[in-house]
Design a protein around this ligand. Structure first.
Ligand code: ADP
Ligand code: MG
Length: 339
């Protein structure tokens, strides 16, 4: 009798666990360092282990192509080719073209040719300094993204002194590749944190929306949350990578290509919520650079993304598409919704 009960219980448990696994609720997560940041991919389903491994490998491979510092990368070769055309593969070429189009659309607020200036300020080595205006001017003349030449067939070249840097779009692009790989592997639910860029596949395994916390630029717990289904939630802010100059001023890692200096405006952070990681990444950087007024105008003229701006004066501004799915967790000085 006892043995039968034991057998029955064993069978039921076994049956339930098979059912549970076949429903695809197995959770697997992988973390690794790539693209100068920490990344975590958490996916659900019985293919999640294989899928996560493929994602990790693909991101490392992408880094080999897009890095500014790895000698074999396409970007490194373009930057060191002394004005000769360098042939890239299709995805690198597509990404460069996308970034240049976004630079044109945002009036150069996204500018993938600011590397000489970013280097001058020490952000590539950690050897920070506030350069003289003369030094800045000397580098600024080599930052015109309109001078990136393409032969229309995946080959690019920049003139001597110019250097490309896909740092503002690479992680978003990597996120899109990761989402594609996960889906190809049959994963229907996943959440990725690629150095603060959040991207999701489907909904949570229980069918509910994901809740994504948006960091408080002044520290502590998340300042607000957004509920999303399959989306990219990409934030640019000046509160994580910066140095303090001898003048006591804070200098951040996002640059204004018009001045050659770190951005200083009314924005503490800007978050983009949209379908595509690479688009969100390009927009988060460029909307950060242009300040809240221009960012709002840009949104009004485009409206194919949602945006959350936290201003230095602790105001919160967000676009109307988020109305039902945004909740605050901070005492903002003012909250406005852009219609
Ligand atoms: P993060 O990489 O910190 O998430 P971003 O997506 O905003 O932030 O990208 C910032 C990176 O992009 C910088 O570290 C630098 O390499 C590069 N960058 C800085 N300013 C600009 C700009 N105006 N346009 C394009 N790239 C930029
Ligand atoms: Mg970006």
């Amino acid at each position: 009798m006892r043995k039968n009960l034991f057998n029955d219980l064993f069978c039921i448990t076994f049956f339930l666990s098979v059912l549970f696994c076949s429903c695809g609720n197995q959770k697997n997560s992988v973390s690794f360092e790539a693209m100068n940041t920490f990344m975590t991919v958490q996916s659900y389903g019985n293919k999640s282990v294989k899928a996560n491994k493929e994602v990790e490998a693909a991101i490392f491979q992408l880094e080999q192509k897009l890095s500014t510092t790895k000698e074999g990368s396409f970007i490194y070769k373009i930057n060191h080719s002394e004005g000769q055309f360098v042939e890239c593969d299709e995805e690198t070429s597509d990404l460069i073209n996308f970034a240049i189009n976004m630079a044109k659309k945002t009036d150069g607020n996204l500018n993938i040719c600011l590397y000489p200036v970013i280097k001058l300020w020490g952000f590539t080595t950690g050897d920070y300094k506030v350069p003289s205006q003369y030094e800045i001017n000397e580098k600024l003349i080599h930052t015109d993204y309109k001078k990136v030449r393409s032969n229309g067939n995946k080959s690019f070249c920049v003139e001597n002194g110019m250097e490309m840097d896909l740092g503002a779009v690479g992680k978003g692009y990597a996120g899109d590749c990761a989402v594609k790989i996960l889906k190809e592997n049959g994963v229907s639910s996943a959440i990725l944190d690629l150095g603060g860029n959040i991207q999701t596949v489907g909904k949570k395994p229980d069918g509910s929306l994901w809740t994504i916390g948006i960091k408080n630029p002044w520290g502590g717990s998340a300042a607000l949350g957004v509920r999303i289904d399959e989306k990219a939630v990409i934030t640019s802010g000046g509160y994580e990578r910066f140095f303090t100059g001898e003048d006591g001023k804070k200098y951040i890692h996002i640059f204004d290509g018009k001045t050659g200096c770190p951005v200083e405006n009314d924005i503490a952070s800007v978050t983009i919520v949209c379908e595509s990681g690479v688009y969100g990444d390009a927009l988060s950087t460029s909307m950060f650079v242009c300040g809240s007024k221009n960012a709002i105008d840009y949104w009004k003229n485009n409206r194919d993304f949602e945006m959350i701006i936290i201003k230095n004066n602790k105001e919160l501004i967000y676009t109307s598409g988020l109305k039902q799915n945004l909740f605050t967790n901070y005492d903002f000085s003012k909250i406005s919704v852009i219609e």
